[in-house]
Design a binder for this molecule. Sequence first.
Ligand code: F0G
Length: 457
Amino acid sequence: MKTIIEPFRIKMTEPLKVTTREERVAKLIEAHHNVFLLDAEDCALDLLTDSGTGAMSAQQWAAMMIGDESYAGSRSWKRFEAAVRDITGIDHIFPTHQGRAAEGILAECVLKPGDVVPNNSHFDTTRANVEYRGAVALNLPCAEAFDTAAEAPFKGNMDLEGLKRCIAEHGVEKIPFAMITVTNNAGGGQPVSMANVRGVKEILKRHGIPLIIDACRFAENAYFIREREPEFEGRDLLEIAQEMFSYADGATMSCKKDGLANIGGFLVCRDGEWAEHFRNLLILREGFPTYGGLAGRDLEAIAVGLKEALDYDYQVYRHATVEYMASRLLEIGVPMVQPAGGHAIFLDAKKMVPHVPLLQYPGVGIVNALYVEGGIRAVELGTVAFGYIDETGQEHPAPLELVRMAFPRRVYTQSHFDYMIEAIVAVWRQRDRIGGHRITYQAKQLRHFTCHMEPIG
Ligand code: F0G
């Protein structure tokens, strides 16, 4: 059989509200032209994020029913700990309420002002946590990452020469750890090869710098390694993940992605001294070390979900959905990051609307047009999210202007994707009519979540 089917059937449904175009125009004005400020029920298909928006399996719901809500040393903690240890092989395990809490604890315990943290690309919360400590979040993506049309298999890789230069320039004592984000969300959901992880580790080991993996989409990355790196052809995804973590001295994780859960995260490390610091701060910020900001039932859902994410048939189906949409849009000529990433389609806004200046946020024009056209909520990952304002107040555009349509896990069916394709094609055909936006209110950090905007002209 050629058709790849969803490896599950649907047991529970949730209604979608389809609004009219006029209603959507009015809702967008009320939301200050920022789709983060829309009510979710006004978005027919919500592709804002793949984070915490997935559907859990019957096995996860069943496990939640036996959640042990004891404050200390619960059975659910034991199951969570066993699952995380089996996958990562790392001893010290700290549950957190989500990924950014793990990043926050790591940054607060280890970083000091003036430090430098190299990463293939920091996600926005990772960057904010590093910068909040007065340290510098340095992105070192490989050269292919900037060419959205280049068909390279591992565009999430870190630039190894750049890493060497960074260490030579700043010195080991300024780099308490380096990170590698799998898959590289900020760079188009692109995978990192095992060869690159090994290369990064080799360089860091020579200087005694610990490697921290931002593991949010570790299972999707393992799938790409199996499919694209000949050495790993046909290998079990769990084994691939285990090898990847074997090079890490620690990891931060948002279980809202490849934990297939609606909330949760963890921080892990090998070093006993770090663990001591993490434990103390965890108790202060998150909770006792055996629940860390999560209910026992959440720990159960994650313990099951982490393993389900490593199921090969699930990953085949997941990637087939992304491929399905990407291949149809490419046929029509819609510019996007190629090859498609693991959890999302990333439209290339710079190429879609080249007439919109970068500081008028081309991605926002497309995001808002998609909402008006089809009630679809996507997200700008361009200058509003990743641009920066220097000391003189001058705004600098981000290197890429992307519009991400992230796929919640196990939520939408093929007809939903067909509808999305129709809406994107309609926007593409009217692209000449898409204009720029200006920001009328913004916060100092993570401005894209709350800023207000208005169309120019
Ligand atoms: N690292 C990466 C690579 C991420 O994509 C995210 C979240 C985080 C860390 C933080 O995890 O949300 O649990 O605190 N990404 C979501 C997204 C929000 O939409 O891509 P969190």
